[in-house]
Design a protein around this ligand. Structure first.
Ligand code: ADP
Length: 576
């Protein structure tokens, strides 16, 4: 499967053909001077077609900078998506219109291929409200759709994943500060796999100091400038004439500025110091936002290449547990991932080469696969009423020595069955009678109840994966032959999906992934998060929820889980 990735700007078209099996690049390049020597985006794509030289293309992924509030995840492009994209141009006039021109040209070139739009903003779509909204008048903000969107999503997502992988864990286990420092620069607080704060805002102008953008300024500055300049000029000053270029008066390229600073140029020294200071300020802020930080990741042209900028940024961060290793930092980094903190460092610091194109290709691949499988693969849902599994010893105490469980009927998972035997659950507040035993007997007792049952019994059962009963809640069981007080075993089962490896393959998930499932078609559509995937040869595809959950979405016979992949991270993962 080869995915062609396009990143289309006003005057250039970057492209990369990626083999998804090996995740390697088969072809990479850039067509420049669109609008001049190359007249249109259509001509630019014709040049790419020429370069492909018969290499097959199975899908196309387009980087789209702004997804607004409409596109919170990647989307397969069709006529209505194109219309909606058009309507978003005003949010990113310097980027989106050109992204769209690239898409239209590619659709004309490959009308039969699935093409996917992947948004810079979607990684940040789940920002908590307190981070998303400015302290602006609510009505004004609503009318103008003003909120923080955040950008560089594929890069922050990619480097957080790669860095976590390098440490042998997943991003879901860590509090990460990701620093994408390039010509455009942004910081992102990635808490347990999710973006919870990011420095770019409604537009890519907010936040860090950048090559030519000012980043944060007092909004009052705009009023001061308005005394002399009109709005277009001010926009131009803040976007194109500020930042490193504006402060140094020399260049937007840190290499030039560093050269001149070494020669004693004071403006260049200030530019470097101001850049580092702003990054440090955000590190402190994001550590506070997440209540700590496990990992700081540098990426982007400056983050990957400038050891001296990294040193400036990291100095005196020992209070955050950073012990950075000067020698490691100065080593030339041709590796994908390089640790630059010492072994003693509580907070790890890594340099990761970003690969936004690969991230876009992965998202595209997931969307294309999803489009293919979702038509014929929905997840049946079974409601688990309260029930229990017993070990041999407890069964004997409740039902009598020498007794065996007797089968009442088979249930959907092969080898398991409902039994005739029932027990009463006795809690401090109340009793639930006639709770059915499921066979066969197991090595450990496990009693699964709903939250409503808990209130009735007056107990507090933890949410647990099946089988994880250690230190769960106590409960008393009453059977025909005796009563048993269990010290542990009572749980509220975590929602989960059983599936055969073939289904897992089709759905692009693996055992222990955590996904999201949308239940649609009833009177109360509902998306369940935190659904555990359980893959085994003996399993049949089925999602298990309890009675409370089924009631919450008013589940009826025949309703099923609908699969729409959310993002690559979730692709390991989330479908909705
Ligand atoms: P973009 O945001 O356009 O993708 P990049 O991430 O490619 O930008 O970063 C480009 C910037 O990286 C250059 O403008 C330059 O400031 C900086 N850069 C690249 N290599 C070095 C280096 N060796 N030392 C310092 N800065 C570097």
């Amino acid at each position: 499967m080869n995915i062609l990735v396009f990143n289309c700007g006003s005057s250039s078209l970057k492209y990369q053909l990626i083999d998804m099996q090996s995740e390697t690049s088969l072809l990479k390049g850039q067509v420049e001077k669109i609008g001049q020597t190359v007249k249109t985006h259509q001509e630019a794509i014709a040049i790419v077609v020429d370069q492909l030289k018969e290499k097959p293309v199975h899908g196309v992924g387009h980087r789209v900078v702004h997804g607004g509030s409409v596109f919170t995840k990647p989307v397969v492009i069709n006529a209505s998506v194109l219309e909606e994209l058009q309507a978003l141009n005003f949010l990113a006039p310097l980027h989106n219109p050109y992204n769209l021109q690239g898409i239209q040209a590619a659709l004309r070139t490959w009308p039969k291929l699935k093409q996917v739009a992947v948004f810079d903003t979607s990684f940040h779509a789940g920002l908590p409200r307190r981070a998303k909204y400015y302290g602006l008048n609510k009505e004004v903000a609503e009318e103008f759709k003003i909120q923080k969107f955040g950008f560089h999503g594929p890069s922050h997502n990619y480097v957080s994943d790669r860095a976590s992988e390098f440490l042998g864990v997943t991003a879901k286990d860590l509090k990460i500060i990701s620093l994408h420092l390039g010509n455009g620069a942004s910081a992102c607080a990635v808490e347990y796999g999710k973006s919870v704060e990011t420095s770019m805002g409604m537009t890519p102008l907010e936040g860090l100091l950048m090559g030519t953008r000012s980043g944060d300024i007092d909004p009052g500055v705009i009023f001061a400038l308005a005394k002399k300049y009109d709005l277009d000029d001010i926009e131009n000053i803040l976007n194109k004439k500020s930042g490193l270029l504006g402060l140094s008066g020399l260049s937007n390229d840190l290499r030039d500025i560093q050269d001149q600073a070494e020669q004693g140029n004071d403006d260049c020294r200030l530019a470097i110091n101001a850049f580092a200071h702003r990054v440090r300020k955000y590190i402190g802020a994001y550590a506070a936002v997440m209540g700590g930080v496990d990992l700081i990741v540098f990426t982007g042209g400056i983050g990957e290449n400038s050891a001296s900028m990294r040193r400036r940024v990291l100095q005196r961060l020992d209070f955050l547990g950073v012990d950075f290793d000067e020698d490691l930092n100065n080593e030339s980094h041709d590796k994908q991932v390089q640790m630059i903190s010492s072994n003693r460092s509580r907070t790890k610091v890594l340099v990761v080469k970003t690969n936004e194109e690969l991230m876009i290709a992965k998202e595209t691949n997931v969307m294309i696969n999803k489009a293919e499988v979702s038509a014929d693969l929905v997840i049946p849902i079974a409601v688990s009423a309260r029930h229990l599994h017993l070990d041999k010893e407890t069964f004997a105490k409740l039902f009598g020595e020498g007794k065996e469980p007797t089968k009442y009927k088979d249930i959907s998972q092969p080898g398991q069955y409902a039994c005739h035997e029932k027990v009463n659950l006795i809690g401090p507040r109340g009793v639930i009678k006639g709770v059915r035993l499921l066979g066969p007997l197991r090595p450990a007792n496990q009693i699964e109840i709903s939250r409503t049952d808990e209130y009735k019994l007056g107990v507090d059962a933890p949410i647990r994966d099946s089988g994880k009963v250690k230190d769960s809640a106590p409960i008393t069981l009453e059977g025909p032959a005796g009563t048993v007080h269990l010290k542990e075993g009572l749980i509220c089962a975590r929602r989960h999906i059983h599936m055969h490896p073939n289904d897992a393959n089709k759905l692009n998930v693996k055992d222990k992934d955590v996904v999201e499932i949308a239940i649609k078609g009833g009177p109360r559509d509902l998306t369940f998060g935190d659904v555990l995937v359980r893959v085994k040869d003996s399993y049949v595809l089925e999602m298990h929820i309890d009675t409370d959950e089924a009631n919450a979405c008013e589940l009826n016979k025949g309703m099923a889980g609908d699969l729409i992949y959310q993002s690559v991270e979730t692709a390991k993962g989330h479908f909705v």
